[in-house]
Every structure is written in C-alpha cells, then in structure tokens.
Design a protein around this ligand. Structure first.
Ligand SMILES: NC(=O)c1ccc[n+]([C@@H]2O[C@H](COP(=O)([O-])OP(=O)(O)OC[C@H]3O[C@@H](n4cnc5c(N)ncnc54)[C@H](O)[C@@H]3O)[C@@H](O)[C@H]2O)c1
Length: 281
C-alpha cells in the first residue's frame, strides 16, 4: 500500500495508543515516520518493536515545550530534509468536577490538549510553508469537543479549541497548499482492551454507538491515512468524527419521552428514557 509513500510524517504522543496505531498505518503505507513522546521508556520500547531504521525515527519530546518541539523538527529535517504530514495526537483528559478544578489543573489540560497542538502546528506549518509544496496537518480532537460531559470541562474545552483552531489554520494555510483537519474519535479502546460484554461501563458506552461496538486504534488510523493522502485533497477545515455514530444519538436523547416510546415500540432503543420532558433545543 502506497497512499503516503515516501512522505515524511510526524506523529506526536505515538509511543502507544492511537498515535502508535497511526504511525504503524503510515509505515504500512510507505511513509517515513517520526514518532515522539514524553514517556522515554515507552518510546524506546516502541522504536525497538517497530524496528525500521530506514523509515523510522523518534525523540523524547514534550509537546507543551516550544524548545522541545523545535528540537524535534530540527532532527526530522536533519534526517529527511522535510515534513509532509503532521499528526498532533499527544493528549488525554483527566476527570475533575468543575467546582473543584483549580488553576493548575485547568492550565495542564489546556497546555497538553490545546497549546501542544498550537506549538507543534505552528512550527510544522512554518516548515511546510518554507518547503513551498503544501502538506497535511491532522489535529486529533475528540467528540468531547462537540458536546459537554460532566467531569470533563477542561478537556472538552481544550478539544473544542482544537476543532476551532483547525478551521482557522485551514483558512490561513490553504494558500500554501496546506490542509488542516481535526479528527475526532469517539470512545476508542486505545490500550488494546478487550471489549468485554460483561463490563457495565463498556456496555453503556457501546450502547451509545450505532454500530454496537467500541472503536479501535485502526479505525482512527484509517481516517488519518485518508486525511494524510491525496484521497482527501478537497478536504480542509473539517472536523471528521469517527465514533460509530455515537454523537448522532444526541438527537434521540433530546426527543420527547412520547417520541421515544413510539420509537422503542418499533426499534430496540438502548438508551434510557428521561423521566421528564426535556426542553427543545
Ligand atoms: N482513547 C479514546 O477513547 C480517545 C477518544 C477521543 C480522543 N482521544 C484523543 O486521542 C489522542 C490519543 O489518545 P490515546 O487514547 O491513544 O491516549 P494514550 O494515553 O494511550 O496515549 C497518549 C500518548 O501521549 C503521550 N503524551 C502525554 N503527554 C505528552 C506530552 N506532553 N508530549 C508528548 N507526548 C505526550 C503519552 O505518553 C502517551 O504515549 C489524545 O489526543 C486523546 O485526547 C482519545
């Protein structure tokens, strides 16, 4: 497979999880892949597992540090002379009740999930502009950036910022042939977990989807290959949701109980019917 053959792709936070899945898919598609991560031991293990010295490089990089990110891009350019694709994947959210979020917690969530995308995105975009032949930047958002979730306010706010930042970047960088898209996963079993049918939390999350399964890193990796490749040259400023249909279900949750009752007599509805009618939106 050759959809990103010989392209130089940088994937942040790629020592494990979704980032690693994307890096593997890029390698399978013939790319040269640089992975970075803040976790040095995990990165060393992953580089050794992937074992491709020709088309693989890596660095211990904290995406919240401009000095680290600049040093990483310097290394990439020293090795392969250019950058064609950047996937801003490093991120992750911790739960905390809104009333308990302190300034340090807020700042950490925003730094990792939003400022890291800005810093790497800006350095990567400047390189692509100087190269003069375009590129693709993929910012990993989340469906949390599209709706609220109790306990996840800072993460959701940061991911909503990633989606909006991607649109503005797309508008400003389009004239240089650089496309920028946000890729928004739903619930992904990013640690390779077994989608245990007896696990109540996984069962609830699975019931939110339309396809009755949770996501796999390969689902996100396939979307990333598409956004990195020439298959998507007319796509920029888009927030691509890959969630098995889970966000589509919000409409049903906001319907009246009467409608839900009618619907449930015709279909199997797996979400709870609210006790009280909700105000229309
Ligand atoms: N897993 C999901 O269900 C899900 C859903 C929506 C969005 N996402 C997003 O997908 C991305 C990857 O998630 P994942 O589930 O693979 O997470 P993960 O925790 O498995 O992997 C994240 C990686 O990022 C690295 N990292 C953390 N801070 C870093 C920093 N400052 N600099 C560089 N690397 C850093 C970690 O060491 C880790 O290797 C994140 O942006 C996350 O918000 C995940």
């Amino acid at each position: 497979m050759t959809r990103v053959r010989d392209r130089v792709c940088v994937v942040t936070g790629a020592a494990r999880g979704i980032g690693l899945g994307i890096a593997k898919a890029f390698l399978d598609e013939g790319a040269k892949v640089w992975i970075c991560d803040i976790n040095a031991s995990q990165l060393t293990q992953t580089l050794s597992d992937l074992a491709d010295s020709e088309r693989l490089g890596g660095s211990v990089t904290d995406v919240t540090s401009r000095a680290d990110c600049q040093a990483m891009f310097n290394q990439v350019v020293a090795k392969w002379e250019r950058v064609d694709v950047l996937v801003n994947n490093a991120g992750g959210g911790k739960a905390c009740a809104f009333l308990d979020v302190d300034d340090d917690f807020w700042a950490r969530e925003i730094a990792l999930n939003l400022s890291g995308v800005f810093i790497c995105g800006q350095i990567g975009a400047r390189l692509m502009v100087a190269q003069g032949d375009g590129g693709s930047i993929i910012n990993i958002g989340s469906t949390n950036g599209l709706y609220g979730q109790a306990g996840m306010a800072p993460y959701g706010a940061a991911k909503a910022g990633v989606i909006n930042l991607s649109k503005s970047m797309a508008l400003e960088l389009g004239e240089y042939g650089i496309r920028v898209n946000a890729l928004c996963p739903g619930t992904i079993l990013s640690g390779g977990e077994y989608d245990d049918p007896d696990n109540p939390t996984l069962t609830l999350l699975r019931s939110h989807t339309a396809v009755n399964r949770l996501g796999r890193v390969e689902d996100i990796a396939a979307a990333a290959v598409y956004l990195a490749s020439d298959d998507s040259t007319f796509m920029s400023g888009h927030a691509m949701v890959v969630d098995g249909g889970a966000t589509s279900r919000q409409l049903l949750l906001n319907a009246t109980p009467e409608f839900q009752q009618q619907a449930s007599s015709r279909y199997t509805v797996t979400t709870a019917v609210p006790e009280e009618p909700r105000s229309s939106q």
